[in-house]
Design a protein around this ligand. Structure first.
Ligand SMILES: [Zn+2]
Length: 242
């Protein structure tokens, strides 16, 4: 009753394109149809789609040429224009209605990573940025995933120890330098990581620089395995500037 009253006063709009929606759920049908979910066969390390199914875990050429620091980084969907709109409205416009949906997408895409994980850890923001943005979208996603997956979450394990410039518009090399050494494991929480299988939650993986910097910090603290799970992953060819 109250929900229906709220709908009349504040008609629900799509969280991606902001047109009025009549159906149940935070996304309009047109935007949902435009989401390019990543489905097997995928590269076992980088999580990018592979052209054919070899019937066993396979690696992409990129993962063989330059193996990533983390063990696996999988994502729910390609970072398309619609996914960018979704993530930006979640991140910058405080549109959180999509959270339960995003958590379900993450749990589905990361079922294998979460199956034997010990701990979920969000990619942290630097504290002044956290203040500015008032919340950490990755922490919200991490709590959402933990609720659906029976894996514990700790938002205070990984810390961003220095402020980093926004990654937007930087090349892969600049991104790597920008976040190198930006993360540290909180010494008071190091015991929670040592010998454990950790899943890092992020919103978007573009070049993987943040994922690698987070993984390196967790590995230094003795994590047995570090996987990364994200809502979206940039998959070449990208038709727009990330
Ligand atoms: Zn829409």
């Amino acid at each position: 009753m109250l929900g229906r009253l709220a709908d009349v006063l504040l008609p629900p709009v799509c969280i991606a394109c902001r047109t009025r929606i009549w159906s149940h759920g935070p996304l309009c049908g047109a935007c949902f149809a435009k989401i390019d979910f990543i489905a097997p066969p995928i590269c076992a390390r980088l999580g990018v789609p592979l052209p054919y199914d070899a019937g066993e875990p396979s690696l992409s050429a990129a993962a063989i040429a330059k193996p990533p620091v983390y063990d696996r980084a999988w994502a729910a969907a390609r970072y398309s224009l619609t996914m960018r709109d979704l993530v930006q409205s979640f991140k910058y416009r405080d549109r959180h209605e999509g959270l339960p949906l995003f958590a379900r997408w993450l749990v589905k895409a990361g079922a294998e990573l979460l199956a034997d994980a010990d701990l979920i850890v969000p990619v942290p923001l630097y504290s002044s940025r956290l203040w500015w943005r008032r919340f950490n979208q990755s922490a919200m996603l991490a709590y959402g995933v933990a609720r659906l997956s029976d894996v514990g979450v700790d938002c205070f394990v990984l810390r961003r120890v220095r402020r980093t410039a926004s990654q937007v518009g930087l090349t892969a090399d600049q991104r790597r330098r920008n976040v190198a050494g930006a993360f540290k494991v909180n010494p008071a929480r190091a015991a929670r990581v040592k010998g454990k299988r950790v899943v890092v939650i992020d919103d978007v993986i573009t070049t993987g620089a943040t994922a690698e910097a987070s993984a390196r910090a967790l590995q230094r603290a003795g994590a047995a395995r570090v996987d990364v799970l994200a809502l979206a992953r940039a998959v070449e060819p990208t038709s727009f500037v990330l």
